[in-house]
Design a binder for this molecule. Structure first.
Ligand code: BES
Ligand code: ZN
Length: 635
C-alpha cells in the first residue's frame, strides 16, 4: 500500500466506542449507535447538528517544551435549534477552559471530554450558548502531538534553529487544533502565530512574503477549507519569488537548488487553468521541508509542503509538484466527504498530474511515468485483498490511511484516463471543467460523482461508456479486462537490452544508456533479474556509478537491489541514505527487504536505532512494525 498496510474493520471501532461512564453525553446513546450515527466514522463531530464555519487561532510556538499554547475561537451554526452541545475532535490536547465571547464580557462554558477511542482521539463536548455566540477554547498541545514534528537544530540543514511542521491529513489536525476534523466540514480561518524573532512561520493561508521581524505573524485564509488542509511550519526559512504566482520557502542552504528544480511550476499552473478553469487560491507557494518529512508532498492550500528528496538537479522528479498543484482542483476545491472516497481526491489528482506532465514535458515522459506506475500497481495489488482492490472498498476501515493505496491513486487515474479515451479528450476535459465548477468548495461522495457523470457525460455520449463499465471500475477488484495498459517503445528497447545483458550477449559497457532520463533508469533497474551475481553488480556499479547516485529514486531502487543480492559495497551508502531521509515511500521498502534476510536483521536494527530519532512518528510507527524490537542489535 502506498501509505500503510494495516487494516481494521469498522466493527471493532464500534465495539471500542463506549459511552461516558458518569454522565452519558447526549449525542452518544449506546456504543454501537454512537459510531453509526456519526456522519463521518473518523470524526466525533456531529456536523449534521452543529457546523463550525470559522476559526481564529492565536498560538505561541514553544520550542523548548515542544508545544503550541494559546486559544482557538470557533464560530458555528446550529442546524438543529434543539441541540445544546458542540462536539469537537481532539487528540491529547490539554484544555484549559472554554468561554463564550460576548461583547464586553466573556462567560465560562461547561465542557467535558468524552470517551477516547484508540486512533480517533477524544471528543470535546461543549455546552454552547443559545445565541450561537462564538466560543473560545484555551488549550495547549502535547509534546507528542501526532500532527506535529519538532526538529532540533541538529536535524536541519542550517543546524542553527529548530524547525516545526504539521501534517494534518488524514486525521491529525485534531492533535493541534480542537476542531470538527472531517473533510465534510470547511472553515475559513485567521491566525496569529507568535515565534521567537530568529524564525519565520508560514501557514496554509495568505503568507505575507515580507514578514515582520518581531516574531508576531498574522494570517488569513479566506477560502473555506477542511481541517486536514490547515498547516503550519516554523523555522529558519528563506524565501524566493520565482514567478508571478510562485514563491519557494526553504532553509537558506536549499533555496537555490529548489528554485532551479521547481522552475516549471508557473507553467504548470497555466496549463492546468487552461484545462480545468481558474486557480482559485491566489498565490501558489512551495515549502521545502527538512528530509524527515514523511511524505513526498502535501497539498496544503496556497503552500504545498514538499520533500527535498525530489531535488534531483534535473527537474526529473517534479511530477510531484504537478500532483500537489493538481489538488488545488481535485481535493482542495472538490473534496472527498469521507476518507473511504479518497480516490475522488487522489485518483483525480493523479490523472491531472499526468495531464500536466503531458502538457509541460510531452507524451513520452507521461507514458514512461504511466508505465512505471502501472507496474507498481500490479505489484501492490498482489498483496491486497479483493475488497482493497476496489475503488470503493465495501469494508470500512478504522484507520483512514488505509484508503490511500495505489488503488485510490493509480487505478483511479487509469479509470479517468480510460473514460477520456472513450469519449475523446475535448469532451472529457469539458466535463471535468464543469465538474470542478459545479462542485467547487463542496465535499462529495462517490455516488455524487457517479450521478454527475451519468447526467453530464454518459447520457450525452450514448454507447461510449456504459454504467456497467463504470461499476466494474468502481466495484470490481483489479483492473478491468477492457482496459489497455500503458506502454512505450523507449522501455521496450531497455527491456531487450536487459535480456541480452542478462544472457551474457551484451557487455555492460555497451548498454546504450546515453541520455537516459530518471524514468528510463528506474525502468532499467526494475527490469533487471532478481538474482544478480556480485560480478554483475560490480560491473553495473563501475559503469554507471549507481552507489554514488544522488537522485533519491534511482538510489532507492539500486539500494533495494543491493540488499536483495547482498552487495556489501553499497551498505555504507544504504546506512547514510536511511539515516538522512524520512520519506516513508523511500525507506520502508528498504527496511522490508533487510528484514526478509535473517542475516541482515542486525544491520537493519542498527541502522534503525540510529535513524529512528530523526523520523516522523508517521514513519517510525510503520518501521516499528517491520523492524520490531531493536533490542538484540549491537552498538
Ligand atoms: N495528500 C497526499 C499525501 C497524504 C495522503 C498524506 C494521505 C496523508 C494521508 C499527497 O497529495 C500525495 O499524494 N503525496 C504523494 C505524492 C504523489 C506524487 C503520489 C506522496 O507523498 O508520495
Ligand atoms: Zn495526492
Amino acid at each position: 500500500m502506498r501509505l500503510t498496510t494495516s487494516v481494521f474493520i469498522l466493527s471493532c471501532l464500534c465495539l471500542l466506542t463506549a459511552c461516558h461512564q458518569q454522565n452519558p453525553p447526549k449525542p452518544f446513546q449506546t456504543s454501537t449507535e454512537a459510531a453509526q450515527s456519526r456522519p463521518d466514522p473518523h470524526s466525533f463531530s456531529r456536523h449534521d447538528q452543529v457546523i463550525i464555519t470559522h476559526l481564529e487561532l492565536d498560538l505561541t510556538v514553544k520550542f523548548k517544551h515542544q508545544v503550541l499554547d494559546g486559544y482557538a475561537v470557533i464560530t458555528y451554526q446550529r442546524l438543529d435549534p434543539s441541540i445544546k452541545q458542540l462536539v469537537l475532535d481532539t487528540r491529547e490536547l490539554k484544555i484549559k477552559g472554554v468561554e463564550a465571547i460576548n461583547s464586553g464580557k466573556n462567560t465560562k462554558l461547561l465542557w467535558r471530554k468524552g470517551q477516547a477511542i484508540e486512533g480517533l482521539g477524544t471528543p470535546l463536548i461543549i455546552d454552547i450558548p443559545s445565541e450561537n455566540t462564538p466560543i473560545k477554547i484555551h488549550y495547549q498541545t502535547s509534546s507528542n502531538a501526532s500532527g506535529l514534528q519538532w526538529l532540533s537544530p541538529q536535524q536541519t540543514s542550517g543546524k542553527k534553529q529548530p524547525f516545526l511542521f504539521s501534517q494534518s491529513q488524514a486525521i491529525h489536525a485534531r492533535s493541534w487544533i480542537p476542531i470538527q476534523d472531517t473533510p465534510s466540514v470547511r472553515v475559513t480561518y485567521n491566525a496569529t502565530i507568535r515565534v521567537k524573532p530568529e524564525v519565520k512561520a508560514v501557514l496554509s493561508a495568505d503568507n505575507n512574503h515580507q514578514q515582520a521581524i518581531d516574531g508576531v505573524h498574522t494570517f488569513t485564509m479566506q477560502q473555506p477549507i477542511p481541517a486536514y488542509l490547515i498547516a503550519i511550519a516554523v523555522g529558519d526559512l528563506a524565501m524566493q519569488q520565482i514567478s508571478e504566482h510562485v514563491a519557494i520557502y526553504a532553509e537558506p542552504a536549499v533555496l537555490e537548488a529548489a528554485a532551479y528544480e521547481f522552475a516549471a511550476t508557473e507553467n504548470m499552473i497555466t496549463a492546468t487553468e487552461a484545462l480545468y478553469g481558474p486557480y482559485r487560491w491566489g498565490q501558489y507557494d512551495l515549502l521545502v521541508l527538512p528530509p524527515s518529512f514523511p511524505f513526498g508532498g502535501m497539498e496544503n492550500p496556497k503552500l504545498s509542503h514538499i520533500t527535498p528528496t525530489i531535488i534531483a538537479g534535473d527537474r526529473s522528479l517534479d511530477s510531484l509538484i504537478a500532483h500537489e498543484l493538481a489538488h488545488s482542483w481535485s481535493g482542495n476545491l472538490v473534496t472527498n466527504a469521507l476518507w473511504r472516497d479518497a480516490w475522488l481526491n487522489e485518483g483525480f489528482t493523479s490523472y491531472i498530474e499526468a495531464r500536466i506532465i503531458d502538457a509541460i514535458y510531452g507524451k513520452e515522459r507521461m507514458l514512461m511515468e504511466a508505465t512505471l506506475v502501472h507496474q507498481a500497481l500490479l505489484n501492490e495489488m498482489q498483496d491486497l485483498t479483493a475488497d482493497q482492490q476496489k475503488l470503493v472498498n465495501p469494508q470500512a476501515s478504522a484507520d483512514p490511511d488505509d484508503y490511500f493505496s495505489g488503488v485510490a491513486y493509480d487505478k483511479g487515474r487509469f479509470f479517468l484516463e480510460w473514460m477520456e479515451q472513450q469519449v475523446g479528450r475535448q469532451i472529457f476535459d469539458q466535463f471535468l471543467n464543469s465538474y470542478f465548477t459545479q462542485h467547487a468548495f463542496q465535499s462529495i461522495e462517490t455516488k455524487d460523482f457517479v450521478n454527475y457523470l451519468n447526467q453530464h457525460l454518459l447520457l450525452n455520449n450514448t454507447g461510449k461508456i456504459t454504467l456497467n463499465q463504470v461499476n466494474t471500475w468502481l466495484h470490481q477488484p483489479g483492473l478491468p479486462d477492457f482496459f489497455t495498459p500503458p506502454s512505450t517503445s523507449r522501455f521496450k528497447q531497455i527491456e531487450q537490452q536487459v535480456k541480452a545483458w542478462a544472457a551474457g550477449q551484451l557487455p555492460t559497457t555497451e548498454i546504450a544508456t546515453q541520455n537516459w532520463t530518471t524514468q528510463e533508469w528506474l525502468y532499467f533497474l526494475r527490469a533487471l533479474p532478481t538474482q544478480l551475481t556480485t560480478q554483475q553488480l560490480q560491473q553495473l556499479d563501475q559503469n554507471f556509478a549507481l552507489t554514488a547516485r544522488q537522485n533519491s529514486e534511482i538510489a532507492h531502487d539500486w539500494l533495494l537491489i543491493s540488499i536483495n543480492n547482498q552487495y556489501q559495497a553499497a551498505y555504507p551508502r544504504l546506512i547514510e541514505y536511511l539515516s538522512s531521509i524520512g520519506r516513508v515511500k523511500l525507506i520502508k521498502p528498504l527496511y522490508e527487504a533487510l528484514m526478509e534476510n535473517p542475516d541482515l536483521h542486525n544491520l537493519a536494527a542498527n541502522i534503525y536505532r540510529k535513524s529512528r530519532p530523526g523520523y516522523h512518528n508517521i514513519a517510525s510507527q510503520q518501521i516499528d512494525a517491520i523492524v520490531g524490537s531493536i533490542e538484540g542489535a549491537d552498538g
